[in-house]
Design a protein around this ligand. Structure first.
Ligand code: SAM
Length: 215
């Protein structure tokens, strides 16, 4: 996501403290306190400008949603976009790198995780940074509830193949796979992300839904 550095990004975050959780680690284990209603917690890691998480929160008032983004300028763009729409009591945003996930969430605190068009990190020496690497899958395993689910979409075939192998090696259960989401029966319910809208003209969108085989 190429956005020019926005020097006012932190200011924008502070001005929108009703939407942005400014000190996420202070809420570890107590995320339900920041929402009006205690209901399932859905997280998107790397939400970009936030279209997907906003549309989900709008469509599903029965869930709480948090969008995570590591670049302040991108998060500021998401805030500005969301503020043009109606505000939603079940949506919050946070700025941090997913590497910090375990400092921010308690084990078993998350019901559902979305990874949409995650950065592919094509070089082998950067493989650990992929959000479907073994290291991240093990973190998600701890943070997800017993019946927790991860949904992953990408247009990048190499990343999808890598992720299929990674989830299998890490003993996740493959609940659903599509090699062409937009031409599948699930296309009707699919909420598109910004990247998806832009890049699906070039080729298929891949999707998998996985869950942990916890006892
Ligand atoms: N999910 C959005 C979409 O589909 O339109 C954005 C996709 S964009 C390719 C990837 C986004 O993930 C970028 O905004 C990037 O800054 C963010 N991101 C990448 N690695 C991250 C990490 N480790 N923690 C949090 N955000 C991350």
């Amino acid at each position: 996501m190429r956005l020019r550095n926005n020097p006012k990004a932190y200011e924008i975050m502070k001005e929108n403290a009703d939407l942005v959780i400014l000190k996420p680690e202070e809420h570890k284990g107590h995320y339900h306190d920041i929402f009006e209603i205690n209901q399932p917690l859905y997280i998107e890691i790397g939400m970009g400008k936030g279209d997907f998480i906003y549309q989900n929160a709008l469509k599903h008032p029965e869930n709480n949603y948090i969008g995570i983004e590591k670049f302040p300028s991108v998060l500021a763009a998401a805030i500005n976009k969301i503020n043009k729409n109606q505000s939603l009591p079940n949506l919050k945003l946070m700025h941090f790198d997913a590497i910090e996930l375990e400092n921010v969430f308690e084990n078993g605190e998350i019901d559902h995780l979305f990874l949409n068009f995650s950065d592919p990190w094509p070089k082998k020496r950067h493989a650990k940074r992929r959000l479907t690497s073994s290291a991240f899958l093990n973190v998600y395993r701890r943070l997800l509830k017993k019946d927790g689910v991860i949904e992953f979409k990408t247009d990048n075939r190499g990343l999808f193949e890598y992720s299929l192998q990674s989830v299998t090696e890490n003993n996740y259960h493959l609940d659903y796979v599509s090699l062409d989401l937009h031409n599948s029966p699930e296309a009707g319910d699919n909420i598109m992300t910004e990247y998806e809208r832009k890049f699906s003209v070039n080729g298929p969108i891949y999707k998998m839904i996985i869950s942990d085989c916890k006892e």
